[in-house]
Design a protein around this ligand. Structure first.
Ligand SMILES: [Zn+2]
Length: 222
């Protein structure tokens, strides 16, 4: 009887040991997957799925080589496809050491139109990333206090949103990304599947394709 109880206890211990090993294997494989999905290059963390597009966009901004930027995929973002912002954890560091994150929705999901990131044309994605890097160029020049004030005004004033978006577009154009920025605009404005209300918002707040071409001309003349 005693031998039977001892054997049964032993079987229980072996069973739990096996369960523990399986659990640890699952955790380890998930950890390895999360590492392999992100590519770490100097001061940048980039999901593998957009590595080529992010590299192309970054190649237009040599000034950002020492700036820490994480490109982070999110299941969804409210109202936008991408969003550039300072990392809260670095907010109180001197502005030269500030770190940034570009949040990217895994699905372009605007008012009922859903498109996975892998289905978005490459040049459109590069243009979008170039615009977000334009925001980071703008943030880099701002003090912490100025950034807080920027966030407040951006939340409450359409005029201020327009100003900030135009600054980001202008940075992208002055960094010779006009081809990509135009691809992004046309993807939105000429897209029959997108709701008019979204297109109107884009027209109202961002530089139009004509304004971008004008800016390119002005830069060429200077
Ligand atoms: Zn923007």
């Amino acid at each position: 009887m005693i031998a039977y109880i001892a054997r049964s206890k032993m079987q229980h211990i072996i069973f739990y040991q096996k369960l523990l090993i399986i659990g640890l294997c699952i955790l380890a494989s998930e950890y390895m997957m999360s590492i392999s999905e992100n590519i770490h290059i100097k001061n940048k963390i980039i999901p593998e799925i957009i590595i080529n597009e992010a590299r192309t966009a970054l190649s237009h901004y040599p000034e950002l080589i020492d700036t820490s930027i994480e490109f982070k995929l999110k299941p969804s973002l409210s109202k936008s496809f991408m969003k550039a912002q300072p990392k809260f954890s670095s907010f109180f560091k001197p502005k030269g050491k500030r770190e940034y994150v570009i949040l990217i929705s895994q699905t372009f999901d605007i008012d009922g139109m859903r498109l996975p990131i892998s289905d978005i044309p490459k040049n459109v994605l590069i243009g979008w990333l170039g615009h977000e890097l334009g925001h980071i160029m703008d943030y880099r020049n701002r003090s912490n206090f100025n950034l807080i004030w920027f966030g407040i005004r951006y939340s409450f004033s359409q005029n201020y949103i327009r100003e900030a978006e135009r600054i980001a577009d202008t940075y992208a154009v002055t960094h010779h990304m006009e081809k990509y920025i135009l691809a992004t605009k046309r993807f939105i404005l000429d897209n029959g599947s997108l709701p008019q209300i979204y297109k109107d918002r884009i027209k109202r707040l961002y530089l139009s394709p004509d304004e971008i071409l004008l800016l390119v001309k002005e830069l060429q003349n200077n």
